[in-house]
Write a protein that binds this ligand. Structure first.
Ligand SMILES: *Cc1c(COP(=O)(O)O)cnc(C)c1O
Length: 393
């Protein structure tokens, strides 16, 4: 069981009448994260960035150890970066492609992934194709089985979309992709920190995630996991003196592990903050946190549809912590802004972020409520009452 009082007490942003429902966007960090970041910035101002970093070498190493513990990977399989999109692209752009090769993207894929796929297709002569969704809205595994062949070089799987609650069957889809030798890159931005993720069980070749969402880390943090057996055969598109070593005037040697996907310079304070966030989650017991998130989302999925004119838009057989909805006769941005006036934070997901899915459903924008474990049920009920009140004002 999660110690909910502790979680709330550890979060400076809760209380004071604010209802915070945007952990799918940028969550409220626990105090230890903010304190870690600020303390390091202060230390840098006192003794300079290099000495300050040298004092924290063990803690910096511990960042990958903690992430590895969370996702069941060796620290050497992890490359830290400044956001999930960069991590995703670092891997994606390193996969060799030739004319006629096929890239498959998910029906709920994220705009940045799709844009990168389209750009690479233009540059290499590869083609981008969409994996159909089944009637529940998740990846259609039968359709995926039917469409794969040995020309498929990379499958972009979206674990949890940015615009709703569905959870794609990533492990099953990965097995299908592997049956024809395709690589699988999983976008775990919206699942990391709210769902159990075991990279060995999923079997994916690579996975990207961000720090600021459900992990509750600082902004400007993200990471890439690359399957250790694969990393040796991958040459990142861009290198520096950290990802590779200049061994002779006309020679360089790549770092032996996922470090080849990192650059030397980074925001040390933010990285230490990410480590603190992951360690905090591990200390709480990830399963406890995941259960608390699921209970809050379930509460909203039950209460919101009882309000006349409110439609919950989540698809999928299995659902996660993001609850998406629309209010009849009211634009999503208006719902967001009216709730903000009552100190309730939700966000809007626009069609341009998940174009394939939103176009298919004929939706241009959705309200997204994503309650983390630090949100109380009383706060959820205040939010539900506020939504109910919107149409009567
Ligand atoms: C937020 C998000 C991203 C991008 O993460 P950044 O850290 O902003 O680069 C990618 N995919 C999905 C599904 C997201 O929700």
């Amino acid at each position: 069981m999660l110690d909910e009082d502790r979680v709330r007490a550890d979060t400076p942003g809760v209380g004071a009448g604010l209802v915070f429902l945007d952990s799918a966007g940028s969550s409220l960090p626990p105090r230890i994260v903010t304190d870690t970041v600020i303390a390091h910035l202060r230390r840098e101002s006192e003794i300079g960035g290099y000495r300050a970093a040298n004092e924290r070498l063990a803690d910096l190493d511990a960042v990958k150890t903690a992430i590895g513990e969370l996702i069941n990977a060796f620290p050497a399989a992890i490359a830290l970066s400044d956001n999930a999109t960069r991590s995703w692209a670092d891997f994606f752009y390193s996969v060799p492609l030739r004319p006629g090769d096929r890239i498959l993207i998910s029906g709920t894929d994220y705009a940045s992934n799709a844009i990168a796929a389209l750009q690479r297709a233009k540059a290499t002569g590869a083609v981008v194709e969409q994996i159909p969704n089944d009637s529940s809205g998740q990846i259609d595994l039968d359709a995926l089985s039917a469409m794969v062949d040995e020309r498929v070089k990379l499958v972009s799987l979206l674990h949890v979309p940015t615009n709703g609650g569905l959870v794609n069957p990533a492990a099953e889809a990965t097995r299908i992709a592997h049956s024809v030798g395709a690589l699988v890159l999983l976008d775990a931005c919206q699942s990391m920190g709210q769902l159990a993720i075991d990279v060995a069980e999923l079997g994916v070749d690579a996975l990207s995630a961000t720090g600021r969402k459900w992990l509750r880390g600082p902004r400007g943090t993200g990471f890439l996991y690359v399957r250790p057996e694969l990393v040796e055969s991958m040459e990142p598109e861009r290198l520096d003196l950290h990802s590779a070593q200049w061994t002779a005037p006309d020679e360089y040697r790549l770092a032996p592990d996922a470090r080849r996907f990192e650059f030397w310079e980074f925001d040390v304070a933010a990285r230490l903050g990410l480590g603190a966030a992951v360690r905090y989650l591990l200390d709480l017991g990830p399963e406890n946190v995941y259960a608390a998130v699921a209970a809050r989302a379930a509460h909203l999925r039950k209460a919101l549809p009882e309000i006349p004119g409110v439609t919950v838009r989540d698809l999928g057989l299995r659902q996660s912590g993001t609850v998406s909805f629309t209010v009849d006769g009211m634009a999503a941005v208006e719902v967001r802004d009216r709730l903000a006036e009552q100190d309730i934070t939700v966000t809007v997901s626009f069609a341009s972020s998940t174009l394939l899915d939103m176009n298919r459903r004929g939706i241009d924008s959705l309200v997204r409520a994503s309650p983390h474990a630090f949100v109380s049920f009383a706060e959820l009920d205040r939010f539900v009452a506020a939504v109910a009140g919107l149409r009567h004002e």
